[in-house]
Write a protein that binds this ligand. Structure first.
Ligand code: FRU
Length: 553
């Protein structure tokens, strides 16, 4: 057992171990599917486990599970990216030609410009080498733009007028902005008079992502020519648009659903959407700088997010690496049209090994049932709980903040007795519960309908001292219909990460945790109930998860 590496993940994407320095991966960049291969690029510091010296690292895969690391694809080498190659996106142009747009840093003041890169040899199946043509940079900030907050170009889309569009993140004072640029030839770009969208008091917008989702079913939609889908009389209502931004100040993301057409070239969030800090989030935990892409081989849209460490920088340096990519998720519109649904890509199920099942198991107040027979430190758990009545749900106090789920979770933790809940899983738990990361629900009564709180609470996850670490009681509300009196939960557990999906992917929370006792075979998994209402485990399946054959580890 390599004690130094107890927190290294088994099936989450990390750069290879035993690299001279394992380094720091961050933002996923330019994900794409091209000629049968998935490409993932990501922001990477090749020189250490902290942020800096940014290049685009590159890995390829046939199945999004087994990855092969290649040489860095884009790295500082020209005046237009001498101080760093920051985030960006890939677009596949007509004729099956991939092109990458990325932000180059040109001076020590962090001045940002937008560049492009193309494959050196399009017949290389892995597209190992990328060239940055001499007509870079393509876009520099005009006088109206803050040139140190002007970055992370999106995948391009084609309007009905035949011109390409991209969006770039930024800010004016405290207003977050998604700038819009248009081009006929992908080389000459002109700033549109109006941004795609902007919102007051949100601070700088990083890593904007803009894409269509189908109003019916789970199939993904190509971004290419996306607004042709929305126009026309018959299909007009078949499409919704998503704009996601990453908030520099709080280091979390929010998204809205809305409308868009290339005639007006404005994105307008739907009525009722919260366009700001209290907006909907892909993930209420450690999840940042995410990016989606359309996978034509399975007609789906896939979302990649990055989870940084929550441990101290000193610990990151000691273990020699920091940051993982979370399991890719398929993303689709919830049938009610008010939020997205996310679910781990089906390929992750290929890693499932030994399985155990449980059903019709009653949990009365204080019960804690151990799920034995699987590797609890590296597992996939899918459980549905049911209950006979909502009567015992605690009242939701009118003075509580309807948007501050995290605060509520920190006060009403997994051990605080409730009515309907808290019930759920204790993941990465030590035998005597000195350490555990509970993932659970708690249902409250409110005037119109019940309010469901979902928590993934890192506050008791480790006995390590807490200096310089972050162990929040991550939480979100779940907008779920409880008439069936059921709540489901899926958790992907992997040594130092717990990724959870509530109610079929309506609310998702990822936590990074660093147990000292609950490691390897000393990690345990329990189902629990600390509410007075009896809760039944309707069905539970749990699997040991295998390591991918090739993660270059
Ligand atoms: C987001 C971000 C991006 C930027 C990149 C630099 O994490 O700050 O805005 O392009 O990281 O590594």
């Amino acid at each position: 057992v390599d004690v130094k590496q107890v927190h290294r993940t088994g099936y989450h994407f990390q750069p290879p171990r035993n690299w001279i320095n394992d380094g720091q991966p961050s933002d996923p960049n330019g994900p794409m599917y091209f000629n049968g291969t998935y490409h993932l690029f990501y922001q990477y510091n090749p020189k250490g486990a902290v942020w800096g010296n940014i290049v685009w690292a590159h890995s390829v895969s046939k199945d999004l599970i087994n990855w092969q690391r290649l040489e860095n694809a884009i790295y500082p080498s020209k005046p237009f990216d001498k101080y760093g190659c920051w985030s960006g996106s890939a677009t596949i142009l007509p004729g099956n030609k991939p092109v990458i747009l990325y932000t180059g840093i040109i001076d020590a003041n962090n001045t940002q410009v937008q560049n492009y890169a193309i494959p050196a040899d399009i017949s290389d199946p892995y597209l190992r080498k990328w060239v940055k043509p001499d007509n870079n940079p393509l876009i520099v900030a005009d006088k109206s733009i803050n040139k140190t907050a002007f970055r992370d170009p999106t995948t391009a889309w084609l309007g009905q007028d035949g011109r390409w569009r991209i969006s770039i993140g930024g800010r004016r004072k405290n207003r977050g902005i998604a700038y819009l640029y248009r081009s006929k030839d992908f080389v000459n770009w002109v700033k549109a008079q109006h941004p795609l969208h902007s919102t007051a008091r949100t601070g700088n917008w990083e890593c904007p992502d803009f894409f269509p989702v189908s109003a019916y079913g789970k199939n993904g939609l190509e971004i290419d020519g996306m607004d042709t889908l929305a126009e026309g009389s018959t299909v007009g209502s078949n499409v919704k648009y998503v704009l996601k931004v990453s908030l520099d100040v709080t280091r979390y993301e929010y998204y809205t659903l809305g409308t868009y057409s290339s005639k007006t070239d404005k994105y307008i969030p739907d009525k009722g959407m919260i366009d700001g800090w209290n907006g909907l989030r892909y993930d209420y935990g450690n999840f940042y700088a995410s990016k989606s892409f359309f996978d034509p081989s399975k007609n789906r849209r896939i979302l990649w997010g990055w989870a940084n460490e929550s441990d101290s920088t000193a610990d990151d340096v000691k273990k020699g690496w920091a940051g993982i990519q979370l399991i890719p998720r398929t993303i689709s519109l919830d049938p009610k049209g008010k939020q997205l649904l996310q679910w781990p890509i089906e390929e992750v199920e290929k890693l499932r090994g030994k399985k155990i099942e449980l059903s019709s198991k009653k949990l009365v107040k204080g019960d804690k049932v151990e799920i034995t027979g699987i590797t609890a430190a590296q597992a996939d758990v899918d459980v549905t709980f049911s209950f006979n009545s909502l009567d015992r749900a605690e009242p939701f106090h009118p003075s509580w903040d309807r948007y501050d789920a995290q605060k509520l979770c920190s006060q009403k933790g997994s051990t605080v007795e409730g009515g309907l809940g808290p019930f759920g899983l204790l993941t990465l738990a030590s035998k005597k519960l000195e350490e555990y990361t509970p993932v659970f629900f708690r249902v409250f009564k409110a005037q119109d309908k019940p309010i469901v709180l979902m928590c993934s609470d890192a506050s008791r996850s480790t006995l390590k001292d807490g200096i310089g670490t972050y162990r929040p009681s991550f939480a979100g509300f779940v907008d779920v219909d409880l008439t069936q009196k059921k709540l489901s939960l899926r958790s992907l557990i992997d040594h130092s990460v717990v990724e959870s999906f509530g109610a079929g992917g309506k609310t998702c929370i990822s936590s990074r945790v660093y147990p000292t006792l609950a490691v390897y075979n000393n990690a345990h998994l329990y189902a629990f109930n600390n509410g007075t209402q009896i809760v039944t485990i309707d069905s539970l399946s749990a699997w040991s998860m295998n390591n991918p054959q090739n993660m270059n580890q």
